[in-house]
Design a protein around this ligand. Structure first.
Ligand code: PMP
Length: 357
């Protein structure tokens, strides 16, 4: 539906910006948004319902989300004052950028990567310096040095595993970026549990590095919107000034705190998804597609014999929705499939085989 004419002009710098879109279509097999294909454990659901019934709804929630922070800190072996939680890791990223970016400051990204890093930076009024990845989507360290030296960014983003490419950033690359970056380095590990290593071990109050994580993927809790970062305590103290009071509602704090009791079940789900990811990757190897090596719960691929958009439509005609990245900059003809349940993956592979036959 076209919007009605604006009565009040928007900020000049927002006029040219487009919103972030992730179209949802009603289909049988939804493999487009990198969610967990399975629900959280029944025990979590029951414990959550029981605690919800005891919430004092007429009171504001714990503003500091104390026990949730303590639980996350214990999970990662850090102090609670090194944890900042918010409504999805997107709100964590937004708070970081409201705190450190803004007009007159520059944020660096290496494209293609998660679109919201640059998008939120622009919303704060910052300039975005877009570095280019190599043709195989790995990070080119010469390009990194060039961009960081030229742009002097206050925030430099990495994403490991990277969305939408799926590639893990090797530890040596994170170290090189840390050595060259003049400001803060953010490693977005929304898919970190699927990967072979984590930058969490590098967190130290003496290092300008943060790692962001989410409950949306491995924890099967996309519906509850909870994410966090681990970083230096001096940074967390600044974010606490910027975030709105009581931003984490009582239900969310309970949901997150209880989820942490189910680490074993979460790790089981991660194992299943990695096994399934490798099964899809093996199927890709028998099909006319180029697939990129993934350390995440999704795989980026490019059909060789048909256009990406046509393949996306043919899959949709078979009731299967994947992410159409084919019109995104640098991603000509690429599609991204989220790893689903074994039966969803069977349906996806069979449909793709038929489409490309
Ligand atoms: N970072 C990356 C790289 C993502 O892919 C996503 C989810 N699309 C997010 C952050 C945001 O996740 P959430 O806000 O659900 O925690």
């Amino acid at each position: 539906m076209p919007a009605s004419p604006a009565l009040v002009p928007v900020r000049d710098d927002l006029e040219a910006l487009e919103g972030y879109h992730s179209p949802q279509v009603d289909v049988a097999v939804r493999l487009n948004t990198n969610e967990s294909p399975v629900a959280p454990p029944d025990g979590w659901r029951d414990a959550f319902a029981a605690e919800l019934s005891r919430v004092e709804w007429h009171r504001y929630p714990d503003r500091a989300a104390t026990s949730l922070r303590e639980g996350i800190a214990a999970l990662h072996g850090v102090r609670p004052d090194q944890v900042f939680a918010a409504n999805g890791s997107n709100e964590v990223l937004q708070t970081l950028l409201l705190t450190y970016a803004g007009p007159g400051r520059t944020v660096a990204t290496f494209e293609p990567t998660y679109q919201l890093h640059g998008h939120i930076a622009r919303l704060t009024g910052a300039t975005v310096a877009e570095g280019e990845r190599a043709a195989d989507f790995t990070l080119d360290l010469q390009e990194v040095e060039r961009v960081l030296a030229d742009a002097q960014p206050v925030v430099t983003f990495l994403c490991s595993p990277n969305n939408p490419t799926g590639l893990e950033e090797p530890a040596s690359h994170v170290a090189a970026v840390l050595a060259a970056a003049p400001g803060l380095v953010v490693v977005d590990e929304a898919y970190g549990q699927f990967a072979s290593w984590t930058a969490l071990d590098l967190i130290d109050d003496a290092r300008p590095l943060v790692v962001t994580r989410t409950f949306s993927k491995t924890w099967s809790m996309a519906g509850s919107r909870l994410g966090y970062l681990i970083g230096p305590s001096w940074l967390v103290a600044e974010l606490d000034k910027v975030i709105l009071p009581y931003h984490l509602d009582s239900a969310k704090q309970i949901a997150g705190r209880l989820a942490l009791r189910y680490v074993d079940e979460m790790e089981e789900r991660v194992k299943l998804i990695i096994t399934e990811r490798e099964r899809i990757a093996a199927a890709f190897a028998t099909l006319p597609v180029d697939a990129f090596p993934s350390g995440a719960n999704f795989i980026l691929f490019r059909p060789r014999t048909m256009g990406g958009r046509a393949v996306w439509q043919a899959l949709l005609d078979r009731d299967i929705l994947v992410r159409d990245c084919s019109s995104w900059p640098r991603l000509d003809d690429c599609l991204r499939v989220t790893v689903g349940t074994p039966s969803e993956n069977d349906l996806f592979v069979a449909a793709l085989r038929e489409v490309l036959a």
